[in-house]
Design a protein around this ligand. Sequence first.
Ligand SMILES: [Fe+2]
Ligand SMILES: [Fe+2]
Length: 358
Amino acid sequence: MVDSLKKPAFEEMRPGVKVPAKETILTPRFYTTDFDEMAKMDISVNEAELRAILEEFRTDYNRHHFVRDAEFEQSWESIDGETRQLFVEFLERSCTAEFSGFLLYKELGRRLKDTSPVLAECFNLMSRDEARHAGFLNKALSDFNLSLDLGFLTKSRKYTFFKPKFIFYATYLSEKIGYWRYITIYRHLEANPHHRIYPIFRFFENWCQDENRHGDFFDAIMKAQPNILNDWKARLWSRFFLLSVFATMYLNDIQRKDFYAAIGLDAREYDIEVIEKTNETAGRVFPLILNVNHPDFYKILDICVKNNEKLTAIVSSKTPKFLQFFQKLPFYLSNGWQFLRLYLMKPIDTASLEGSVR
Ligand SMILES: [Fe+2]
Ligand SMILES: [Fe+2]
């Protein structure tokens, strides 16, 4: 009895194989793109930098990094109750996000092989890294007696179609935000080792360097296509993608603040730090960044957090579905309105800072 109370039950599709979390607007997305358009891309203006990045990928600094050591070989029953639930959720989300990168890069490597060999090899080597990351996380899930069926995920997930330039904005940001998320957790636990309740966090230092290199690759690709960075449309889209990525992370993490608390982090402070750093980094390539220090920025995001709490409560209530729709509507509208308010906040121009220290 005590056991069943302490161990959260997960829905399994086969013994030990977890039913994937339901897809929502906040879950990691799978992407597909216009492969022909990408294959026709001319990268000659920045080919030297792309070749240098390819050399780095070939060096494969993390070849021997992702090896589970003796510290994993113990019972993890001590992580129980809600913390266990949150841990499994964290591992699943991370694994799904890494795996989605693997699938996209693998396919790009395959489709670009004949027309654009430098890019194709870069994508293949990045898919190698993401496969390692996803595999390492899936192995970690097995410490909690679960795993994800990645083949099933490949077939069952919906794929979002983005034109190549949007793929670049989105993957650039997800790699860079991934870098800042991993390194921030790593540094926090290095300073506070008593909060490191599971060994995977020790691997984050080298791991995040992979993400950083991946981000640099997309930075170099965008610089090879200056037309996607320097017109008025690029300015509007940069704002949109920065805001979407920051808002999604913020809503997800605040909702799971107990997970961060379990490793001694305040989710809100952690997110503010990661957003600040990612925004600053993005200024090296995007023509503008968001004014995340505006006194209203997080206040508005917090309204969305409250709206989402209300939405979750409605969905889990016993109210009939058609009535739920009307209950949910004002909160959806409010979220849309808050997003628009954030979007319309005056951004910080980085194009005009060109040449100064950034
Ligand atoms: Fe990764
Ligand atoms: Fe990556």
